[in-house]
Design a binder for this molecule. Structure first.
Ligand code: ZN
Length: 296
């Protein structure tokens, strides 16, 4: 189960990663209510279970955004979903009658890419999904970096000091320039008030046509991303960067200039392979299945 800001994606997944059944439901709006997070996950489980009543369910994984303490099974903090220190794994296991693992959506997504996607065989990987926001996950020497749940807040690396205001309180965070939402917002600032909104996909299409305002927004996003990637390559030594999320659907329009700029920035460091993640929006639910299978 992958509980995101707007939707809960769930899948019944067998040992080799095949999805036997899936469900997609809106995320309830009241997750700050005590017990609401566990209730929402239990309801999702029941709905999915009803899709394949003959299947034997042996374990359950749930992934959420924000700060997640995987070891204790506690959802520590998520700014947009407004919860703090919610124990999930233990109460949910009691409700469902199967073992439950709680994890972080992006770390689990990387785990799925390693197991079944583009990171197979890689040991030092940065997974960077560019969606409404930006979170990252790191695998170093074959181990996912957790740091008590605090690793991977790549979206809040400051790449443009004094840049746009970030909801986190800082200015010029990567997320304010290079998320899908930031690209759409950046372009909106260039068009007359009252013009129909253009999403990141629409901006990408305009970039392909050479529309100057779209190109300027795009260049700024690529510049921000290249700074963050180069910084992370220097700090961690990753040699494989997997770009995911909505913005990655633009493919080489994004990746080609990103590679060029990272290459131009690095001096002696090894140049990472920069490519698209392959599991798309299934990465989180497949990653939660990896966590579940670990329990069996
Ligand atoms: Zn920030």
């Amino acid at each position: 189960m992958d509980l995101g800001g707007t939707r809960i994606k769930a899948a019944l997944v067998d040992r080799d990663g095949t999805q036997v059944a899936t469900t997609l439901t809106p995320t309830p709006g009241d997750l700050d209510r005590p017990g609401a997070l566990v209730d929402a996950l239990a309801a999702t489980f029941d709905r999915l279970r009803a899709e394949a009543p003959e299947a034997e369910v042996v374990a359950c994984g749930a992934v959420v955004p924000g700060i997640v303490d995987d070891a204790r099974g506690v959802a520590v903090y998520a700014s947009n979903l407004r919860w703090r220190d919610v124990p999930v794994a233990k109460p949910l296991a009691e409700r469902l009658g199967v073992p439950v693992a709680l994890g972080h959506d992006v770390r689990a997504g990387l785990r799925a890419e390693v197991e079944w996607g583009a990171a197979r065989g890689s040991r030092n990987v940065l997974f960077l999904p560019l969606g409404t926001g930006i979170a990252g996950a790191l695998m170093l020497d074959g181990h996912l970096v957790v740091a008590d749940g605090w690793s991977g807040e790549v979206g809040h690396v400051i790449v443009e000091p004094g840049g746009p205001q970030c909801p986190c309180g800082a200015r010029g965070c990567l997320e304010t320039l290079a998320s899908a939402a930031a690209v759409a917002r950046g372009y909106a600032a260039h068009v007359p008030a009252g013009a129909p909104p253009v999403d990141a996909k629409g901006v990408a299409a305009l970039v392909a046509e050479g529309e100057p305002a779209a190109v300027a927004v795009w260049d700024r996003a690529v510049d921000a991303l290249s700074r963050a990637v180069a910084m992370l390559v220097s700090a961690t030594g990753v040699d494989h960067v997997l770009v995911g999320g909505g913005l990655s659907q633009s493919g080489e329009l994004l990746l080609e200039p990103l590679r060029a700029q990272v290459k131009a920035t690095l001096t002696f460091q090894r140049m990472p392979r920069i490519e698209r993640a392959t599991l798309g929006d299934r990465a989180g639910s497949l990653g939660s299945a990896c966590l579940a299978w670990d329990l069996v």
